[in-house]
Design a protein. Structure first.
Length: 190
């Protein structure tokens, strides 16, 4: 199968799974509702995020607008870059998969920002909130631990798109030499 087909399959599949899970949570749960999945350590916990990862936001309305526009520009650039290197036959399989994960994650959250406010009648186009739902309370950090003490390890609530973006970015960090490796051109002497 061609790399471009694999990239499109990964992107489409992840965006579809992400949107299905978000719509199911949004239409069957109340905001703030938590359902235990596995014991006391994994919950489906419905929250809406107005900002970036981990609930970080800035600048109220103008910040939300800028965030939505930046997401669109970055996703557009990544799509252009991925298919450019595929067409030039410069893309390794690992790069195709990693960039496809990041693009799919970005698109999943862009869809929320663009349309969820309009669909559910709470915000105009570009101002929608991102639906998050996966919450893992893996273990409690003792109070004596600086900065994080008194809370659970990894307190973030996230979605499929966030997970794919994070995995892609961590893969780039871990395998950066392979990811950014350039092919050496053969030197032909006359």
């Amino acid at each position: 199968m061609k790399k471009s087909s694999i990239a499109l399959l990964i992107i489409f599949s992840i965006v579809l799974i992400d949107q299905i899970t978000k719509i199911l949570v949004k239409t069957t749960m109340s905001l703030g509702e938590a359902l235990p999945v596995f014991g006391n350590w994994f919950y489906i916990f419905f929250v809406e995020n107005e900002g970036m990862a981990f609930g970080i936001s800035f600048g109220a309305n103008i910040g939300k607008l800028l965030l939505s526009l930046v997401r669109i520009v970055v996703a557009g650039f990544l799509i252009y870059y991925l298919f450019t290197i595929i067409n030039r036959k410069q893309a390794r399989w690992s790069v195709v998969i990693i960039l496809s994960l990041i693009i799919a994650g970005a698109l999943g959250n862009i869809i929320d920002s663009l349309f969820y406010g309009v669909i559910w009648h709470y915000a105009p186009f570009l101002y929608g909130r991102v639906v998050d739902m996966f919450y893992f309370k893996l273990f409690f950090i003792p109070n004596w631990v600086p900065l994080w003490g008194g809370s659970y390890f990894f307190p973030a609530i996230f979605n499929v798109a966030d997970a794919c973006t994070s995995v892609g970015i961590f893969a780039i960090i871990i395998w950066n030499k392979q990811f950014f490796a350039q092919k050496k051109e053969e030197i032909i002497e006359p």
